[in-house]
Design a binder for this molecule. Structure first.
Ligand SMILES: C[S@@+](CC[C@H](N)C(=O)[O-])C[C@H]1O[C@@H](n2cnc3c(N)ncnc32)[C@H](O)[C@@H]1O
Length: 222
């Protein structure tokens, strides 16, 4: 996100934190709302998952898909119906379909998107092989991350690979409420615990060339 403009809007107009949801999306636009650097971070996440073995026949779940910054790369690549996503902001999904994916690609590939903020994976019609949440835990409280880990583990099969990015810090952010435009960070120990407490094996990957130094973790379902 462009630091100066973002901070000017944030402090001058909203006194600190820009509101989530429709209001924030209207102010920032759908590309900036999900973090900006649209082409670069979209391509980066696709290249990473490809290198991890994602192939067109796999079923892939994008957790917190936003306006399809990653989806515009994953959807054309995967076989029809194999892109699944959950997202809490319907407005982002609508804007993404209209302005980024387009009707033709949408109709050809039939991505499946569930609007939920309670990690209701059972609303999806297929069980994924791979999942990714790109810059989701950077905006979530520990209670919400735990809910995500618990619900996803209950939904997927052993061996499922879930990739997630975090801001790694020296201590855990302790705010109780998640906020999509605020910054949360966790220690490596806490990141590992989110997995081990809910039936996952945690593999710390670390740096993966993200321009804002997000770190990557892989959780494998036991
Ligand atoms: C920083 S954006 C990243 C979006 C997308 N992964 C990308 O790379 O462009 C984080 C996204 O997570 C969504 N989100 C936040 N909390 C969520 C929740 N509880 N359930 C589903 N989506 C959520 C936000 O609305 C936002 O679209």
């Amino acid at each position: 996100m462009k630091g100066n403009l973002f901070n000017w809007i944030r402090y001058s107009l909203f006194g600190g934190v820009i509101p989530e949801g429709k209001k924030g999306i209207a102010v920032l636009g759908h590309r900036f709302y999900v973090g900006g650097r649209w082409d670069e971070i979209g391509q980066l996440q696709f290249d990473f998952m490809f290198a991890q073995g994602l192939r067109p026949e796999h079923v892939f779940l994008d957790i917190g898909c936003g306006s399809f910054r990653g989806g515009i790369h994953f959807i054309p690549y995967l076989n029809k119906g194999n892109y699944l996503a959950i997202e809490k902001e319907e407005e982002l999904v609508q804007r993404g379909i209209e302005n980024e994916l387009g009707k033709e690609l949408f109709d050809a590939k039939r991505p499946e998107i569930v609007i939920t903020e309670a990690f209701e994976f059972t609303e999806l019609s297929k069980v994924p092989d791979y999942s990714l949440s790109l810059s989701l835990f950077t905006h979530l409280s520990s209670a919400d991350i735990n809910l995500c880990m618990k619900n996803l583990r209950a939904f997927v099969n052993p061996g499922h690979r879930y990739y997630a990015t975090f801001f790694e810090g020296g201590s855990d952010s302790e705010r109780r409420r998640s906020h999509s435009l605020d910054h949360f960070e966790y220690t490596r120990t806490t990141i590992e615990k989110f997995g081990t407490e809910h039936g996952w094996e945690t593999h710390y990957i670390g740096e993966w060339n993200h321009p804002r130094d997000l770190i990557m973790v892989l959780y494998t379902a036991r």
